[in-house]
Write a protein that binds this ligand. Structure first.
Ligand SMILES: [Zn+2]
Ligand SMILES: [Zn+2]
Length: 233
């Protein structure tokens, strides 16, 4: 038996000169990032982890579970531990777009001594769209507003215009392309409101609508799609 210099207790095992409990308190058992940012599909709740989209039950708890599961495969143990696993997690704040969670961890040494510790992580979720939903919703838009111009922050400008116009719910997607930003909208009224709001933010030259026929609706009417081009001056 040896005596831990930190807590004064007798201990059969010493890790870095400390008893296992003091070792965990001082060093932790894994290198845990203070914050993790991940994209979540706002249509289906899938979460993008390490470049792959993983399905969830579309609740914040389910998304956090998936994030913790992914983290557990990537955690590196603190030396001289050789392995670490996640035993579970608790939410320290209400699960939401930004949630503070506490990971319960168990590490082990090469000799098989187990050491437990807790580590807080903030998980920030960014609303996004997964490729599958993108394919689905891109078939649903009625109007495309192509915003063109070389100024930086163009996407932010379009998003701000959409907010000011009160049409966030009518936006299928805002995406950046090589030439500018495309805003896909569910109906024509939203397009004119977006264009008016954009005009108030920046000088603009608008052409269109250019109309194309894209099939037939379920009621047998011809479906059309309009495209406007808005050039920043
Ligand atoms: Zn101790
Ligand atoms: Zn999705």
């Amino acid at each position: 038996m040896r005596v831990c210099p930190r807590c004064g207790r007798e201990t059969p095992v010493v890790i870095r000169g400390l008893c296992p409990r003091c070792f965990a308190e001082v060093y932790g058992v894994a290198r845990v990032p203070g914050e993790v940012r991940v994209e979540v599909c706002r249509y289906c709740g899938s979460v993008r982890l390490g470049g792959r989209w993983v399905e969830t039950d579309a609740t914040f708890e389910g998304v956090l579970d998936a994030v913790v599961g992914w983290l557990s495969t990537r955690l590196q143990p603190v030396e001289p531990l050789v392995g670490v696993e996640v035993l579970g997690w608790d939410a320290l704040t209400r699960p939401n777009w930004s949630t503070r969670i506490l990971l319960r961890l168990r590490g082990r040494t090469g000799e098989g001594v187990e050491v437990e510790a807790e580590a807080p992580v903030t998980v920030r979720l960014k609303p996004s769209i997964c490729p599958r939903c993108k394919t689905r919703v891109s078939g649903e838009y009625a109007v495309l507003v192509q915003v063109r111009g070389s100024r930086p922050g163009l996407r932010r400008l379009v998003e701000e215009a959409a907010e000011r116009a009160g049409i966030i719910g009518d936006v299928v997607e805002v995406s950046e392309t090589r030439d500018g930003v495309n805003a896909y909208l569910t109906h024509r009224g939203a397009a004119s409101r977006l264009i008016s709001a954009l005009k108030r933010l920046a000088p603009l030259r608008v052409s269109g609508p250019y109309r194309e026929y894209v099939g037939v609706t379920s009621r047998g009417r011809r479906r059309t799609r309009d495209t406007y081009v808005a050039r920043l001056e």
